[in-house]
Design a protein around this ligand. Structure first.
Ligand code: 7PJ
Length: 272
């Protein structure tokens, strides 16, 4: 099970994390969920479709994205958390900033999803004394430049070593293993070949000993494989989601919750 603030999530079947962006430049939603009300009702719709977690992000991390100020990030996220106070599904907040983490957790968030794996000063402290869950993700470089010819000698071993170390640091800071998940960071400083190698050898991350979260939904990897623009990547995303399950993924971060639940139903039927 995963401890997630006031929630405890069972891990005997895969979970779906539904994405709600509150960023005007998010590549896959094109800024459709900018207003807090629209973001909140989108979150509720995803819960109705069966999302086990909701992930809210106020700073785009897409390749080439420019940083957002801390104040803007708070102004985007906090009103959404406020209008979702009654939600009986844990909310994850996608942020790298300790001050945003603290404010989000105080406003009802149950998980911090940090694409920088708590690398900013005082990020560990911001989450350690709360009961929230954390997602530690691998990224090489930063969003502005990460897709400029990334290089690895052995992408799987390097990502694994990074995540192992991130888990060690988090545990040292007092975050229990039952609050941690890791994520190879598909598309974050990786070519399609790197992304595919990570998905193919996803099971190598299993012995880190914490659940694996994977996000492939609508990403450029799907575009590279299928040749489809972002609005036509559903089928490719679902196929890739199934491959992530085959590799041992426990949490799938997706835009299309209803469809991904069907993939999980197929996977569960097959597995049993
Ligand atoms: C991911 C994420 C991911 C985690 C984004 C997008 C780009 N957080 N935030 N894992 N991707 N943990 O949604 O395509 O893969 S933003």
């Amino acid at each position: 099970m995963l401890r997630c603030g006031r929630f405890v999530l069972p891990l005997d079947r895969p979970l779906v994390m539904g994405v709600v962006n509150v960023t005007p430049d998010s590549f896959s939603d094109g800024g459709r969920f900018q207003s807090p009300d629209a973001a909140a009702s989108h979150a509720r719709r995803l819960v109705e479709q069966g999302a086990d977690l909701i992930d809210i992000g106020g700073e785009s991390t897409r390749p080439g994205a420019q940083p957002v100020s801390e104040r803007d990030e708070m102004e985007r996220i906090l009103p959404v958390l406020d209008s979702l106070k009654d939600l009986q599904t844990p909310i994850s907040v996608d942020t790298r900033r300790p001050e945003v983490m603290k404010a989000a957790l105080a406003a009802g968030a149950s998980m911090i999803n940090d694409v920088r794996a708590l690398s900013e000063p005082y990020a560990h402290e911001a989450v350690a004394t709360t009961g929230c869950a954390v997602c530690l993700m691998h990224m090489k470089g930063d969003p502005r430049t990460m897709q400029h010819s990334p290089h690895y000698d052995d992408v799987v071993q390097e990502v694994k070593a990074f995540l192992k170390e991130a888990v060690r640091k988090a545990r040292f800071a007092g975050i229990g293993a039952d609050r941690i998940v890791v994520d190879p960071g598909i598309g974050f400083g990786k070519t399609s070949a790197h992304n595919l190698a990570l998905l193919r050898d996803l099971n190598h991350l299993k012995d880190i000993g914490v659940p694996i979260l994977v996000g492939v939904s609508r990403k450029s990897l799907i575009g590279a494989v299928t040749g489809r623009p972002v609005e036509e990547r559903l089928a490719g995303s679902l196929a890739m989601a199934l491959l992530a399950l085959l590799g041992g993924a426990t949490i799938l971060r997706v835009h299309d919750v209803k469809e991904t639940k069907d993939v999980i139903a197929v996977w569960e039927a097959f597995r049993q």
